[in-house]
Structure formats: structure tokens, C-alpha cells
Design a protein around this ligand. Structure first.
Ligand SMILES: [Zn+2]
Length: 213
């Protein structure tokens, strides 16, 4: 994990504490709220977010987090990678998907399917931890930040691509070919007012939520 040193590992520091220390070392004036809990338990704080970066492991977790983000009209950036194969040479794939209201969702792209959810549920408990590798994750995280900058600032002339694929063997990032197939497509998965939660507008000056212990 970025920011974790030997002393923090020996103390078994929590990830959220390590990250908070890193942020405050870079910008001492930053307001940082941390929650060492499943997001569902602190969703009241999360629903006031301007953007959600998702680094969750499973399709089920992605599906739930995207649904939540869509309900509150929050842009959701999904990052993920996989290492395929039992021994070297491995294959590494990854993706950064931007899901925004009115845009295609993870289901539109065929990234989340009922088949994948069912297959994953059946595998649950049998598979070990999914390996994570720092250089693909660094690439994917920086790409997600780039999309965020394109989305919310006038920094770039381009709008962010909704789906960028990472080829971890060639070390390339490319817009997904699925984007062409979905030109002019309207997402049918989060349609209508019933898909919305209690959206709150004009909260730009709200205080940063308090951390939990
Ligand atoms: Zn959709």
C-alpha cells in the first residue's frame, strides 16, 4: 500500500490512518474525515460526496456502490485490476469506468452481468485474496484522477472517456471498444424518478463530516 512504511506495518496501523497521515503531510490544512467501516454503515456521510472513487474487489460490491452513487446523482469512478494465471508469466488486466447519471453504467458496458454476479456468489469463500500489484494500481488510480479532473475542471478540452481499459502486459491504456457500440445509447438500468434517492442540492459549503473512531 502506498504510504505504508515498516514502522506502520509493525504497528498494524489502519489503512485509513496511514492515508490520513499522508494527506496531512502533503497538505497540513486539509480536512480529512476517515471511516474504518463498510460504506453502507456511513452512507449518510457518503451521499454528500462530489465524487466516489470505488476500489472494491467484487462485482457485487461494485454493483451496490454504483447503485448508491446513481441514486444520489454522484459520479462514480470504478477502478479494478486482475492478475490471471497461477504462475508466471501472468496476464494483468484492468479498467477505469466512469458512471454518471444519463451515461452508460457498468451494466450497459456488460461489465456487471447477472451471470458474473451469480458465478461470483457461487465462488464466494472458495477463492483466496485477489492479488493486487502496485504498478497497475498506480496507473489506474492516476487515470481515475485524470478523469475526475476532466470531469470537474476546465483543465482539459476533452470529456473523460467512460471506459478505459488497461493492458498490464503491454502497459497500455486504451478507450474501450465498447464505447463505440454504445454511441447514443441511453442507460435503461437507472431510469425514471424511482431510481433516485433524496438528492440534496447546494451543499457546497457543508462541513466535512466527522470521522468515526
Ligand atoms: Zn445501464
Amino acid at each position: 500500500m502506498v504510504g505504508l512504511d515498516a514502522a506502520a506495518a509493525a504497528r498494524k496501523d489502519r489503512k485509513v490512518d496511514v492515508i490520513r497521515e499522508r494527506i496531512l503531510a502533503i497538505q497540513p490544512g486539509a480536512q480529512v474525515a476517515i471511516f474504518a467501516a463498510p460504506w453502507q454503515e456511513v452512507s449518510d456521510a457518503l451521499k454528500f460526496s462530489d465524487v466516489i472513487f470505488g476500489g472494491v474487489d467484487s462485482y457485487r460490491a461494485r454493483d451496490e456502490l454504483e447503485r448508491f452513487a446513481r441514486r444520489f446523482l454522484i459520479p462514480y469512478l470504478d477502478l479494478g485490476m486482475d492478475v490471471h494465471g497461477d504462475q508466471a508469466p501472468y496476464t494483468i488486466t484492468g479498467q477505469v469506468i466512469l458512471s454518471v447519471p444519463e451515461g452508460p453504467c457498468l451494466r450497459c458496458f456488460g461489465f456487471i452481468t447477472e451471470h458474473r454476479l451469480t458465478e461470483e456468489a457461487q465462488r464466494y469463500g472458495a477463492a483466496g485474496g485477489r492479488p493486487q500489484v502496485i504498478w497497475p494500481n498506480g496507473t489506474l488510480a492516476s487515470t481515475a484522477v485524470g478523469k475526475f479532473m476532466q470531469l470537474v475542471t476546465p483543465w482539459s478540452l476533452n470529456r473523460p472517456a467512460f471506459y478505459t481499459e488497461y493492458d498490464g502486459n503491454r502497459l497500455t491504456l486504451m478507450p474501450s471498444r465498447k464505447l463505440q457500440a454504445l454511441q447514443g445509447h441511453r442507460c435503461p438500468h437507472f431510469d425514471g424518478p424511482l431510481a433516485l434517492g433524496d438528492v440534496v442540492w447546494g451543499q457546497a459549503d457543508r462541513p466535512v463530516p466527522a470521522s468515526t473512531p
